[in-house]
Design a protein around this ligand. Structure first.
Ligand code: ASP
Length: 363
C-alpha cells in the first residue's frame, strides 16, 4: 500500500496522541488549536478506545517475589495508570527463572505469540516478561520467528518485587506503551528496560547487577520512553519478524549448536567433543576479528571432516567478522550467543555453506 506524505503525518500524529495517555488527550481536547502536536480528534482517532496489548509472562526476577512469584495478573495489577494507555490482557506461559526454560518451550512461546497475532487482528502488540540472564537471546529468537509487523516487547527487571527500588512495574508500563504505539510496528522485537528501547538483534546484558545493564554497544538505542511520549531515533536494517523465512510451526526441535571460546591455548578437543556429542553446528567466539587459536585447529579439522558448519564471531562485544575463509561462515556483527540462535534456525532449512552465508548476511 502506498501512503501519501499527508496521510502519513496525520496517521503518525494520531498514533502519537493515542499513545500519549489520558493527560495528553485531555490537553488535546481543551487546547482547541489544531497544531501538528494537537490534531483534532476525528472518528478515526477513537481516542477513548485504547490499543489492546497482551502480556505473556514467563517468569524471571521481575516476578520473583519472596514467598511466591507474581502471576501475570498480579504484574498487570502492579502498573499504575496502565488503563490510561492500553486495554491490557494477560496470560501465564510459565513462571520460572530464564535458565529453566527449554528450547522446546521457546518454540511453543513463539508459536503462541504467532497464534495470538494470527487470531486477533485488532491486537496492537504483545509484551513478554522474562529473566534478564537470557533475555537478549529470547528477544532475538522472537525477532527471528514471530512473523508479524506488530511489536513484541520483551521486558524484565534487575531488582525483584521484594527489593527496595523494584523497577519492574515501571519497565512494564514502558513496555506496554511501546507495544501499543503505532510507530513500534515493523521494527522487530524490542527490549525495553530503564526507559530505553533496544533492538533485539543488537542489545546485550552488559552488567551483572546494574539497572542500566541492557546496552546496544556500537550502535546505540532505537528510542526512548519519556513521560510525554515514545520517541524513535533509528531503525534496524536486517531482516526480522514479518520478513523472516523461519517458521516455528514447521520446526519440531531445534538442532544442537554449541558456542566455544577462543583463548590462549584453547584446546581443539572441546570442538571435537561438542560434535561427537551431537552438535550440528559450532559457533566460535574468537578473541578478535576471526582468528582461532592454533591449538583449536584439530577440532576445526574434525568439524570440516564431519561437514559441521562453523560460524566465526568475536568475543569482544562489538565489531564485525568480515571474512571467515573459504570453509567457514562469517557471523557478521552478531554476538556469539545470537549467532548460535540464527545458526540453529538456519540449520532447520539448509546445511549448504552458501545458503548459510546468505542467511548470516541478511538477518
Ligand atoms: N535469574 C534471573 C533470570 O534470568 C535473572 C533475572 O530475571 O534478572 O531468570
Amino acid at each position: 500500500m502506498r501512503v501519501g506524505p499527508l496521510a502519513l503525518v496525520v496517521f503518525l500524529t494520531l498514533a502519537h496522541v493515542a499513545e500519549a495517555g489520558p493527560m495528553a488527550r485531555d490537553a488535546v481536547r481543551t487546547a482547541g488549536v489544531p497544531t501538528a502536536e494537537t490534531v483534532p480528534e476525528t472518528p478515526a482517532t477513537q481516542a477513548n478506545v485504547r490499543p489492546r496489548v497482551h502480556l505473556v509472562a514467563t517468569g524471571g526476577t521481575i516476578s520473583n517475589r519472596r514467598g511466591g512469584r507474581l502471576t501475570a495478573k498480579e504484574l498487570v495489577a502492579l502498573i499504575p495508570g496502565l488503563d490510561g494507555y492500553v486495554t491490557a490482557s494477560f496470560e501465564q506461559f510459565s513462571n520460572t527463572a530464564s535458565s529453566a526454560l527449554s528450547l522446546d518451550q521457546w518454540l511453543q512461546l513463539s508459536r503462541r505469540i504467532n497464534t495470538l497475532f494470527r487470531e486477533d487482528a485488532g491486537l496492537a502488540g504483545v509484551v513478554v516478561t522474562g529473566g534478564t540472564d537470557t533475555l537478549e537471546e529470547l528477544a532475538y529468537f522472537l525477532n527471528l520467528t514471530v512473523r508479524d509487523v506488530r511489536p513484541v516487547v520483551v521486558v524484565g527487571s534487575m531488582r525483584n518485587p521484594s527489593t527496595l527500588g523494584y523497577e519492574g512495574a515501571a519497565n512494564l508500563l514502558a513496555g506496554f506503551r511501546v507495544a501499543a504505539h503505532a510507530a513500534s510496528r515493523g521494527r522487530g522485537t524490542l527490549v525495553v528496560l530503564n526507559d530505553e528501547i533496544n533492538a533485539a538483534r543488537e542489545v546485550t546484558k552488559s552488567d551483572a547487577l546494574r539497572l542500566q545493564t541492557f546496552q546496544t554497544r556500537g550502535y546505540g538505542i532505537l528510542g526512548v520512553v519519556d513521560r510525554d511520549r515514545v520517541v524513535y531515533y533509528r531503525n534496524v536494517e536486517r531482516r526480522h519478524t514479518r520478513d523472516s523465512e523461519f517458521d516455528v510451526f514447521a520446526i519440531d526441535r531445534l538442532p544442537r549448536v554449541d558456542v566455544l571460546l577462543t583463548y590462549q591455548g584453547a584446546p581443539g578437543d572441546l570442538i571435537r567433543a561438542a560434535i561427537d556429542a551431537g552438535a550440528r553446528g559450532i559457533v566460535l567466539a574468537t578473541a578478535g576479528a576471526g582468528a582461532s587459536s592454533g591449538t583449536q585447529d584439530e577440532g576445526l579439522a574434525h568439524a570440516a571432516s564431519k561437514n559441521v558448519p562453523v560460524v566465526i564471531t568475536t568475543r569482544t562485544g562489538s565489531g564485525r567478522i568480515a571474512s571467515a575463509g573459504s570453509r567457514r561462515i562469517a557471523g557478521q556483527d552478531l554476538a556469539p550467543i545470537k549467532a548460535r540462535l540464527l545458526l540453529m534456525l538456519a540449520l532447520t532449512r539448509t546445511s549448504e555453506t552458501a545458503e548459510l552465508r546468505r542467511i548470516f548476511e541478511e538477518y
